[in-house]
Design a protein around this ligand. Structure first.
Ligand code: HAM
Length: 425
């Protein structure tokens, strides 16, 4: 009987070293950017009690995640997002945590969804969150961090935009229009740009709006600046929703990020817990799925049985980001970091192990052949390992702390101390 070879599970990825270099580059830019903005790293378990997710979103969420019973009959789930874990951690420590605080994490997440371009069943997601302040400066800090890190990847204002909207503003508009079932309208707002304007208005009629109100809502939704919104609220006080957006855009302008952001009322966000400003990041032509998304959540800790503590944050996935960076040729040159490959003319293993130990004691990363092979073969191995230079352990001139070397990129050869050789790389 032919044994079937094991297959990669659907929606997951292997990371061979060549892929891992790219992945580490993404993680490193993410981490540096978060630290540059003063966020502190945290982590949680990869599985949680299922209840942490069903409590918030109801039972229908179960079909979208990986859940299982453990041997102690506990209902658990692999984490589909980090925000509930963060909320749980915040509730657990309560007033011990000095607020406000800024935390980040790079969790591996799991969602049982149809695998497609930009969406997998297992992925990584940078999370930045600020807990314990109502100030819109928190949104400004997060959105500045997004723009800044995308620049660090080499992207420009021509490659992406951050669409900003406000659940509070949408809610007050729906209230002003006396919409009885706002929850039926939100999904339509989300889909609005994917259908012709007449269809959008027709769908609004279907969920009970009058023709006049449907027209008004459509006009409101096409506003692209805060100034345009204000007349929509004629006769009604401007309200917190508009004020917050105004202030946010001013702060972003002060940081020089005004060309990265725009008001985009079609950003509604699927997750149920957002209450204030919401935002999503897209490639400029909106050809791909969202690169990142987030917003303010006022009631999450309370929903989970804790005190009411406000939070705001976002998640940026690695999948769409890597697709965009690859499309812009910003991932192509990731080489291995090995500085030194040690070679022996005689293929003497003891000399290789002795020299390698000496170099590593000095903190220098190095590798060498694991077999006594001919010199030419060792040079081939150095190239294949992506080493920057070859040091000849038993070269005639390699003595008294100086070494014969060859720099692989330039072909330059010489004799020098290890420190001086490393300076040349
Ligand atoms: P989300 O919109 O579900 O928000 O995900 C944020 C980002 O994670 C998406 O824009 C996308 O880049 C990435 N992402 C989501 N699902 C997948 C998938 N199946 N495969 C690949 N990438 C994916 C949240 O998760 C919120 N918890 C974010 C947040 C943090 N809000 C406040 N704090």
């Amino acid at each position: 009987m032919k044994i079937q070879t094991p297959q990669l599970p659907k929606g997951t990825r292997d990371f061979y070293p060549v892929d891992m270099r790219v992945q580490n580059h993404i993680f490193s830019v993410w981490r540096q950017a978060a630290l540059k903005f003063g966020y502190e790293e945290y982590e949680g378990p990869i599985f949680e009690h299922l209840e942490l997710y069903t409590g918030k979103s109801g039972e229908e969420i179960v079909s979208q995640l990986y859940n299982f019973m453990d041997k102690g009959d506990r209902a658990l789930a692999l984490r589909p997002e980090m925000t509930p874990t963060l909320a749980r951690m915040v509730i657990q420590k309560g007033s011990e945590l000095r607020k406000p605080f800024k935390w980040f994490s790079i969790p591996r997440l799991f969602r049982y969804e149809r695998a497609q371009k930009g969406r997998l069943r297992e992925f990584f997601q940078l999370n930045l969150d600020i807990i314990g302040t109502e100030s819109v400066s928190a949104e400004a800090d997060l959105i500045s961090a997004i723009a800044s890190m995308l620049f660090d990847f080499g992207l420009t204002e021509n490659d992406f935009y951050i669409g900003v909207s406000s659940r509070r503003l949408l809610a007050s508009m729906l209230e002003q229009l006396e919409v009885k079932e706002p929850n039926l309208v939100y999904p339509l707002l989300d889909k609005r740009l994917k259908m012709p304007a007449e269809d959008f208005e027709k769908e609004l009629l279907n969920v009970g709006l009058s023709e006049e109100k449907a027209k008004k809502l459509n006009a409101f939704m096409s506003c692209t600046t805060v100034a345009e919104i204000i007349p929509s609220f004629r006769g009604v006080p401007e309200g917190r929703g508009v004020q917050e957006l105004k202030e946010l855009f001013e702060l972003l302008k002060a940081g020089g990020f005004e060309n990265c952001v725009k008001l985009d009322l079609s950003v509604v966000r699927g997750l149920a817990y957002y209450t204030g400003i919401v935002f999503e990041v897209f490639d400029k032509n909106k050809n791909m799925r969202a690169i990142a998304g987030g917003g303010r959540y006022d009631n999450l800790t309370e929903t989970l049985g804790g005190q009411k503590i406000t939070g705001v944050g976002f998640g940026m996935g690695d999948v769409v980001l890597a697709d965009l960076l690859a499309e812009r040729n910003l991932l192509s040159q990731k080489k291995s970091d090995l500085p030194v490959f040690i070679a022996s003319f005689n293929g003497d293993m003891k000399v290789l192990f002795g020299t390698a130990a000496e170099f590593r004691k000095k903190g220098v990363a190095c590798s060498h052949s694991l077999n006594a092979v001919k010199f030419g073969k060792q040079l081939e191995m150095a190239n294949a390992a992506g080493a920057k230079c070859v040091v000849f352990a038993d070269g005639e001139k390699s003595k008294d702390g100086v070494w014969e070397y060859k720099i692989l990129s330039s072909g330059e050869q010489g004799v020098d101390s290890l420190e001086k050789i490393l300076e040349k790389l």
